[in-house]
Design a binder for this molecule. Structure first.
Ligand SMILES: Cc1cc2nc3c(=O)[nH]c(=O)nc-3n(C[C@H](O)[C@H](O)[C@H](O)COP(=O)(O)OP(=O)(O)OC[C@H]3O[C@@H](n4cnc5c(N)ncnc54)[C@H](O)[C@@H]3O)c2cc1C
Length: 504
């Protein structure tokens, strides 16, 4: 741990989050002098008393140390866009579901001019990341009664029961999730990747170090400006790897003069690279949480389980197909039964539309790094109405499962969207009035060849036109895979680290 902020380093990693810790660990093991600058605290290794209980507790999502982002008035209702501000990043917050997606997702990245990212090339990295993140597979017998009821009843609409969702050639089905939980603890990337290398002298980790911007001279990154304890410092570096996540990496680039020139000039920022794709192409999988009244039998069964201890809110998931993607799958169904989110959400199942067509943006509003940016997801804004239609089909499929023999008595009557949104038209109105996110923002520093005017980084993570500057996190995904994004974020770290080491 670095109590004092070093003044120089070989490589600076901006953000000790999900991808950033993978990059830092891989570079450090290879002997590279590496400094991680994390805006939130570094709580130290696993076992340190400084780790907040909510970031460790794998039965619920983490809450403390949030960046505090939300939709502002860009959506009909104010939606929180939670992001962890602490070592581990969103791997401290997430539901620990580890999914991979489908081969078509990654083959499309490679086909768009990104060699090295095809499904077959990434497959060994998924295996390696799964091992290091200590991912284990739940068995059907371990599901809670609520999860088990959905898993069993999924067959009523033709969703086969699977052992795992993580087969890149697989299509639809319901399965217990693969999770990175060790003895009840959410096994974040700080534990998985940093702990084994924390003893290395040439790895330094500085918490409470908020990177304002990257310094660029003659087309080359030369270091960063960091805010710590209210003071601004310069850290010189041979190379900078920005791993701030899909909301924050574009902000760091924009403050550094890398982005859309009009936006930068309006804020008085000198343009060092004209890359209009910075902050654009923001997308997440729109999500709708359905809920039911529940039943006495289900309440009693869940209470018995909770009295015995272990009852995670989520640990089963389905991959389902809408009419837009009948050959593969384009929806997740997620049974969810939190006790801490009010009665309305007590008995829930969510639907996520995995291949959204709507695109939004992230834009800084000032030079102050603590000023919240404009995060405008433009959920459900695609002109064909594809995204809303997929959610509507998902709701209809979940309604069919809920109405199947045996399930009807388990779930009780539907509360949300409820009887007022029975037909397709009313359902679409409900969906449009209640857009929500699935916590998987991506795309804001998209990867692609230099010939693509919207691309921000090349296939190796290198920012186009700036030597010694890379981005490696969910922001570089050109399109979101049919997956939750935690494991793909780790794989991005593994992939870009190999590129960085190859060009050292
Ligand atoms: C509540 C929630 C639940 C989720 N559930 C799941 C799930 O069950 N399964 C799943 O697969 N995915 C889930 N996700 C999504 C997944 O966790 C994220 O997509 C992934 O962790 C993002 O990784 P990242 O490296 O891109 O960013 P992050 O992990 O967010 O890392 C970014 C890091 O950079 C730091 N940082 C940012 N800006 C700066 C700066 N300027 N200076 C210094 N440091 C900076 C941040 O503090 C953070 O530590 C969930 C996300 C959330 C929020």
């Amino acid at each position: 741990m670095a109590e004092h902020l070093p003044r120089e380093a070989g490589t600076v990693v901006v953000g000790g989050g999900t991808s950033g810790n993978v990059i830092a660990a891989r570079l450090a093991v290879a002997g590279v002098d590496t400094l991680v600058l994390e805006a939130g605290p570094d709580f130290g290794p696993f076992g340190s008393a400084a780790w907040p209980a909510d970031l460790l507790d794998a039965t619920r999502l983490g809450r403390s140390h949030d960046w505090g982002y939300d939709s502002g008035d860009t959506l009909p209702t104010r939606v929180a866009f939670e992001r962890a501000r602490a070592i581990g990043g969103c791997s401290d917050f997430n539901g620990t579901t580890q999914t991979w997606g489908h081969r078509r997702d990654y083959d499309a990245w490679a086909a768009a001019g990104n060699p090295g990212w095809s499904a077959d090339e990434l497959r060994p990295l998924f295996d390696e990341a799964t091992r290091i993140m200590r991912v284990k597979r739940y068995r059907a017998e371990e599901l809670t009664p609520w999860q088990r009821a959905w898993y069993d009843a999924g067959t009523s609409i033709g969703l086969p029961r699977l052992e795992t969702l993580n087969d890149l050639d697989q299509t639809t089905g319901f399965a217990p999730e693969d999770n990175n939980i060790v003895d009840g603890v959410r096994w974040n990337t700080a534990f998985a990747y940093l702990d084994p290398v924390r003893h290395l002298e040439h790895l330094r980790i500085a918490g409470r170090a908020h990177v304002d911007r990257v310094l660029v001279r003659n087309g080359r990154a030369t270091g960063v400006v960091v805010l710590r304890d209210g003071e601004s410092h310069v850290v010189r570096a041979d190379r900078v790897v920005v791993c701030g996540g899909a909301y924050n990496s574009p902000q760091v680039l924009q403050r550094s003069g890398i982005g859309e020139p009009t936006l930068l000039k309006e804020l008085g920022i000198e343009v060092v690279a004209d890359l209009p794709g910075v902050g654009e192409n923001l997308h997440d999988q729109p999500f709708l949480l359905m809920s039911w009244a529940g039943s006495e039998a289900m309440s009693a069964a869940m209470s018995r389980l909770r009295a015995g201890g272990w009852a995670p809110d989520e640990q089963a998931m389905a991959k389902a197909a809408s009419s837009f993607d009948p050959d593969v799958f384009d929806m997740h169904f997620l049974p969810y039964s939190p006790t801490h989110r009010g009665e309305e959400k007590r008995w829930s199942c969510g639907v996520g539309a995995l291949l959204p067509r709507s695109r939004g943006h992230v834009r800084i509003r000032s030079l102050d790094p603590e000023d919240k940016p404009l995060i405008d997801h433009r959920f459900l804004s695609d002109p064909e109405g594809h995204d809303a239609q997929v959610l509507a089909e998902g709701v209809e499929q979940l309604r069919a499962i809920a109405a199947s023999p045996g399930m009807r008595d388990v779930v009780g009557c539907e509360l949300r969207p409820g009887p007022d949104a029975a037909d397709r038209g009313a359902l679409l109105r409900h969906i449009r009035a209640n857009p929500d996110n699935y916590w998987h923002p991506v795309g804001t520093c998209g990867m692609g060849p230099a010939s693509d005017p919207d691309a921000v980084v090349g296939q190796d993570g290198q920012v186009h036109g700036i030597a010694g500057l890379s981005v490696a996190d969910c922001s570089i995904m050109p399109t979101i895979p049919r997956a939750t994004t935690a494991m793909p974020a780790v794989v991005i770290g593994e992939r870009v680290a190999r590129f960085l080491l190859a060009t050292r």
